[in-house]
Design a protein around this ligand. Sequence first.
Ligand code: CAA
Length: 379
Amino acid sequence: MHFEFTEEQLMIRQAARDFAQTELKPGVIERDEHQKFPAEQVKKLGELGFLGMMVSPQYGGSGMDAISYVLVMEELSKIDASVSVVVSVNNSLVCYGLEKYGTEEQKQKYLVPLAKGEKIGAFCLSEPEAGSDATSQRTTAIDMGDHYLLNGTKNWITNGNSASTYLVMAQTDATKKHHGINALIVEKGMEGFTIGPKENKMGIRGSDTHSLMFTDVKVPKENRIGEEGFGFKFAMSTLEGGRIGIAAQALGIASGAYELAAKYAKERKAFGKTIADLQAIQFKLADMATEIEAARLLCLKAAWLKDHGKSYTQAGSMAKLFASEVAMRTTVEAVQIHGGYGFVKEYHVERLMRDAKITQIYEGTSEIQRIVISREILK
Ligand code: CAA
């Protein structure tokens, strides 16, 4: 067992760290306040190859491993989780699914520009009445011979407006339940496809979350991913990798808050000494550091399993469950260590605390992760 990164992984981590400091940190408070999508920053990440990190170079990607993906997600999320969620969705839920299950034509047409970062993708599973219960899709894709007629609404879609390519899960044959669901590639601009207003969210406010409405959208048959009825398995399989990305996002939010809290504790004076000299603060920092290290190891273990072609269903859900809870606990404590300063925007930790919450909700709530883990350990 080796607890060391390769030279390449270290270089990638350093590149992400530098990018976060120079490109993401300036303006992060303003983007959060005004809910501004980080278009410029995402474009630059695309140019650096971070939007198709794990895609083979044959399809315009960077051909990196999942360990590097975890390192990059942690570094970006320390500074701006509204940016890292774009990286996560594009890599894990869109590029991965297209590369693994798409046809050669779909890869050339859709994957290549997504992997190069020329376009952004979105993954559309959640509905107003189907979030955790993902088999209860109400969006329909009626088989019309050479195309599907798509009708319905998708909710909480990350990259909802900024994307050009949407992977949409829809029910074609309700009598077959989840075996009747298809995954379809939908393009922005297709007739009958409209995008609702941006959600006004508590956290990751820069990210672009919208409802999508489909009214008699004609989706060509060649845009179906996999065999007829493969859509639910497609969604579950891509979400497994997505959970590693969100676990690493939660890890980054936690480690970002911890680093700020430790720095502040060494500077802030109270009772004639720095607050880092107080055992009450030392114990908090010790707990934070320990939990963050455990979360990091879970993320890396899940990524390692993925890189070695082994099952990572359980490991990915464990990483997401634990890291998201660590993100919540750590950010709350980071605000506490900052005292009154923690409650104001300039000190960053209040934003990290708001951002942390979504990691317990999207790509499967903590309750869903517990379902996945318990099924794996009991089967
Ligand atoms: N890979 C492949 N297939 C899988 C799978 C996996 N990981 N997990 C389940 N399946 C298959 C099962 O084998 C089964 O197929 P068969 O009937 O052929 O055997 C089928 O899927 C149904 O499985 P279940 O009976 O386990 O389904 P269920 O109804 O009990 O639900 C669930 C399982 C785990 C609760 C699932 O519904 C789930 O993960 N829900 C959460 C959905 C979710 O994460 N939504 C997030 C939205 S996306 C998002 O947030 C992105 C974003 O914008 C950031």
